[in-house]
Write a protein that binds this ligand. Structure first.
Ligand code: 5GP
Ligand code: ZN
Length: 131
């Protein structure tokens, strides 16, 4: 595969929480209540409203990115940072013995909110492979 295929840039830079109708942009803008566990300029982490494990946190870039399939070169930094935040939250939640970080990409993979998010799941034993 040509290396160039791994390089995409966004033509117009999207701003923090800029999509009016996006559920997670509304959470970023604090128009919708959420149980926030971590926040900085670029990333927000909050508890899933329907937890699938004792620890179930969603980690999102504040800037709207629809899915893993929509990443551009500009997003590399924030996605690496989001993964680092997941690691720190896992440590601080006491689940370092075993946890999972999941990104569902696209409808067939179960993505229901089209603002990219990492699920941090832990606090119970997790089956493999996922369904
Ligand atoms: P997906 O299915 O897209 O991978 O994950 C979306 C997740 O967002 C689901 O686990 C769902 O429970 C969670 N979710 C949906 N709406 C809300 C909400 O309004 N607040 C919070 N905290 N989580 C939500
Ligand atoms: Zn959004």
């Amino acid at each position: 595969m040509k290396k160039d295929l791994y390089h995409r840039t966004r033509s117009s830079r999207e701003e923090v929480g800029d999509l009016t109708d996006c559920l997670f942009c509304k959470i970023v803008r604090k128009e919708l209540q959420s149980d926030i566990v971590y926040e900085d300029d670029d990333v927000l982490a909050f508890r899933d409203i329907q937890p699938k494990a004792p620890v179930h946190v969603l980690i999102i870039p504040k800037r709207h990115i629809a899915s893993l399939a929509d990443l551009t070169d500009e997003d590399k930094g924030v996605m690496g940072h989001a993964m680092f935040v997941a690691s720190r939250l896992a440590r601080d939640s006491g689940i370092s013995e075993g946890y999972r970080v999941v990104v569902n990409c696209g409808k067939d993979a179960g993505q229901s909110v089209f603002h990219i998010h990492m699920h941090l799941l832990g606090g119970r034993s997790l089956g493999w492979p996922p369904g």
